[in-house]
Each structure stands twice: as C-alpha cells, then as structure tokens.
Write a protein that binds this ligand. Sequence first.
Ligand code: F6R
Length: 359
Amino acid sequence: SKGTYEFYMLKEIDEQPGVMRHLSQDYLDDAGHPVVDKNIVDAMSKADRLYIFAAGTSYHAGLVGKDLFETLTGIPTEVGYASEAGYHFPMMSKNPFFIFLSQSGETADSRVVLKEANKRGIPSLTMTNVEGSTLSREASYTMLLKAGPEIAVASTKAYTAQVALQAILAKAIGENLANPNAKNFALKEELALAAEGIQQIVDGKEKIKKLADEYLIHSRNAFYIGRGIDHAVALEGALKLKEVSYIQTEGFAAAELKHGTISLIEEGTPVIALISDPITADLTRGNIQEVASRGASVITIAAKKLAKYGDTLVLPNIDYLLSPLLTVVPTQLLAYYASKDKGLDVDKPRNLAKSVTVE
Ligand code: F6R
C-alpha cells in the first residue's frame, strides 16, 4: 500500500536504498564475490558478444549495462531497442548471448526478439522484477531484480535494480574470465555507498522540489545533457520528466546540442547537466557555458570529486561505473515534483500503461 505517501512514485524512489542493500545481500557473499547461477556464468563466459534488448527505461538501464559488461568482462556488448531488433535482426557474432531487461517481463516488443532468438538457438537471460513472467519463462535463464512490486507507471527502483544487478552479473562473468577489472571492482563496498548516497539524496528532496518549482513547472521544454555514462542517464532523466510532467524534454550527449538543437535555447530554457565522468567533466562544463551564454537556466548535478563552486547539486562519490545509481535519483525527484506540483496524476500519466503488451 501507499501508506502515508500521496503517490507510489515517491514511495518507490524512497525504497531504492533498501533495494541496493537487498541485492547486495542476496547476490554477493561475505567476501564480496557474486553469487550467481553457475549455468548463467558459464553460458555467458562462452559468448563472444552480448546483446541487450529492452524498451524505454529498461533500454536506458541497458546502455549503462554495456559499459559494465565491456569494462568488467571484456566481451563486446551491443544494446538495442527490442522494437527495432524484432524486425531488423542485428547481424550476429558466432556465439551471441542475449540479455532481456524488463521490469514487467511482459513487454511485447521484447517477446518478438526472444522468439526469434529461441528459433535460432541463441541462449538468453531475462532480468525481470516479476517471477514467472512471460519473458522469464521463455528465456533460457532468469535473474530477479527483487525490487518489490513497482506500481507507479514511471519506472524508478526497477532501473536502479537493473543497473546494480547488471554490475553483479558482469563482475561474476569477469571474475570467471579472470578479468582484472572485475577482480578489482569493490562491488560490495560500492553498493553500500550507493545505498547511503541515495538515502542522502532523497533526504534532501525539499531542495529538489524547489528546483522543480522554480525552473521546470512553468516551462514548455527542457534538456538533459551529459557525456559518457552521464549521457545514458540524461536520456533516462529526460524520459522520466516528460512522461510524468508533460514538459517536452530531450536528453543529449552534451556536445551534440551545439550541432543543431542549441537553436532551441531561449532565455530561461532549463538545461540540466550531469557531471560524473572524470574524463569529460571539463568538456561538459564548456558545453554548459555555451547554453548559459544563450540564456539557459542551468542546473548542474555533479559528483563530489568533480564538483565546482556554484554547482546546484553535489552528489556523494561512487565508482564512475555505478554513478547512474546516484545521478538518476535527482532526475526522478525532479520529475516527481514537476508532475505533482502541476497537479497531475503522478502515478498514472495520460496515455500510458504499466506494461506494454502490444507491439
Ligand atoms: C518509463 C517506463 C517504460 C518502461 C518500458 C519497458 O518510466 O516505465 O519506458 O521502462 O515500457 O517496460 P518493461 O521494463 O516492463 O519491459
């Protein structure tokens, strides 16, 4: 039940520290090694390429998964929209392995791809929040997100669970393949930092509500920008904000804005910049200057170790690969308050259903 919460979305945002702790307890042993079905680890270790298929927010989690799998396992990884792959099947490597990310486990677009994979004998794993769901029954293997039921139409805790569980799986495969990056990745400690960091962010939600009220609710449009893994989170932040607040929002690789879309920046256009990639932080700051000088109202969300005087929100430090677990949370809260403070039905945005069972 919603308890004292007005909407499930905020309850589910607040539950994320607990989700991080549960995943750590259930999928990591005391020494911090992943506890994952050996059959899954063996099958994936044999793959020469991983293919992640999903839709919407789960697709955005898959973009983060690509970085996790490639860094920790060394296996090249592709991410695709299930809706596209179903009818334009990507060229396959010799030993592909498919990963389906789906909160509900019922997304029709993903089922089309899985059916084709099964026809071709390609092994597959479904990561889902729903035990016994269709995608879980039809895939070779299943891993459960264990995030607890997600009721709000806008996905929040399933996204962070998907990121964390992909990290766990990537470390399991990487350790099996003796990949030094996997061995050195202190995932148990990092997931503890994620739990604490998310808690700190949600405890500061009043400040985020004020930002939504001041910069977003009166605006027709908005932009999220970021580079590297921050680009993946920019796409997710934009989807979240537009779907629940009806403010047209686009996520961009920070430098791409100047290749055309910067013409949309006017006095007061909100641009939310994410800065957790150490390699590109200064370049992103340059892109912030470009939009600010055209009148944009810039909100900067920066990791502590990269923060500069004047940043709007400073987030606790965490390994770059897991930074989406923190950066996504202010984007969820901005979306929540923009919707709620416009008087909208946060949990049930118009035209949307919780699981999309048609193509
Ligand atoms: C956005 C949202 C959707 C879903 C998408 C896939 O907040 O919830 O974009 O992520 O419909 O759903 P699942 O993960 O159930 O396959």
